[in-house]
Design a protein around this ligand. Sequence first.
Ligand code: ATP
Length: 505
Amino acid sequence: MSGNRQDKMATIVALCKRRGFIFQSSEIYGGLNSCWDYGPLGVELKRNVKEAWWKSMVSSRRDIVGIDASILMHPKVWEASGHLKGFTDPLVDCLLTKKRFRADDIEPQSGTVLHFTGAKDRESDAAITEPYSVLAKTPADFDKARKTAREFYQQRSIVKPELLGETTEEVENTTGFNPENGGKLTEARNFNLMFRTFMGPVEDASSTVYMRPETAQGIFVNFLNVQQASRMKIPFGIAQIGKSFRNEITPGNFTYRTREFEQMEMEYFVPPEEDENWYEYWKNTRFNWYLEYGIKKENIRLRDHEKNELAHYAKACVDVEYKFPFGWSELEGIANRTDFDLKQHSNSSGKSLALFDEETKEHMFPFVIEPAAGADRATLAFLIDSYDVEGEGKDKRTVLRFHPSLSPIKVASLPLVKRDGMPEKAEKIYNDLLSHSISSFLDINLSIGRRYARQDEAGTPYCITVDGQTMEDGTVTIRERDTREQYRVASDSVVECITSKLRNA
Ligand code: ATP
């Protein structure tokens, strides 16, 4: 990552903390790795992102309904979906440093392996005969390898270790050693990314349950319940927004990859022969949604998956990718999941999830097209994309150019000065806006310039200023965030004016 891009990410993380968008979780205890808390501005922004998704996927359509399924589900769900067996990454641990690697991330190495048969304590004579090996890339590294071995035995209670037997072996292209210290790694084992817990007071295998790693399965197992209760006919969809959990081996990049996150998923059930058309439809619809809410065209793209990248259930998959400061990365995946999940759950539960087709009088399994997005990743992309610094010197300002419907605060009400009845008038306008559920902010202190700057940095699209003229003719100014243009309107028409602006934004 180039310095500039790293700087941009660091600047955004700092702004998020300073202005109350996002805080490190449990910060006063040193923080909990990969967990983040949304502050007052962040929670509004993320709620608006989810609301924009729900509006376009559910409230404005006749063919999609929503559900809110529980996070804990019957463990058999994860057996049938393939997650218990297949939702894994291969993991190895360094026996000395305990550092954990994804086995497929380790580059093959060549050199001499020094095999040790154990060590004894020079003073107490106590001995340990556990074998240990270290890779040395050149003979010059042999001493370093012996030091690593002594540390290994020290960790196992030999205070002043004297190494016992030592043999050497030439190796090529091995992946069995830690690339950082040459120390031996454990055999690779498959690490399941699902978080596990116990249901009830007894902690044994029969009470094990999993925190869902995707919201989709709550939709599949409820497929017939929903279809029958709402009398839907294919093609139709079921949408859900909710938390998912994955014990990621390498979380990072702020809120991009975390172990607890929120998904916005929709399963669209279609006649099998129409799957490819609907796949194209959802690919375009979802891509355009990001543009509609202000993501710049040059920062977003679609990337089709290669055949060998496809999940076990997918016939085709495409990612919507955003150009994050750390590189092009996935925001959302749109997959053709075929009839895999409905069939698996039918077989596994013994209860058929097939639909009865009134025309052909036969049971059939629809195919499923799934647009699966992340609420946290989308929120981060909207934050980064809207971030702008413009002007020079005194005119320099930082502005978050959110689409107005995503802005956490829509309007700030500001008296020009703190006297002559202006604060009272500004407060009245503020109360009016609040009584119409328009998220607003009243700011009385500091110079007007500083107050505008604070609102620009929070992404507030409109500022209302009460000034001397207001007290004479009852008009106020509206200042637009993006253009800094100002114009006067009657103070009793502010709510109407703002409502119409927000509706047409
Ligand atoms: P990745 O390849 O980045 O791990 P994925 O392809 O496994 O993601 P999906 O299973 O398709 O992700 O999940 C759908 C969406 O859920 C992703 O596009 C992303 O927006 C979000 N998501 C998945 N994992 C995480 C995570 N660890 N942190 C935040 N969001 C996530």
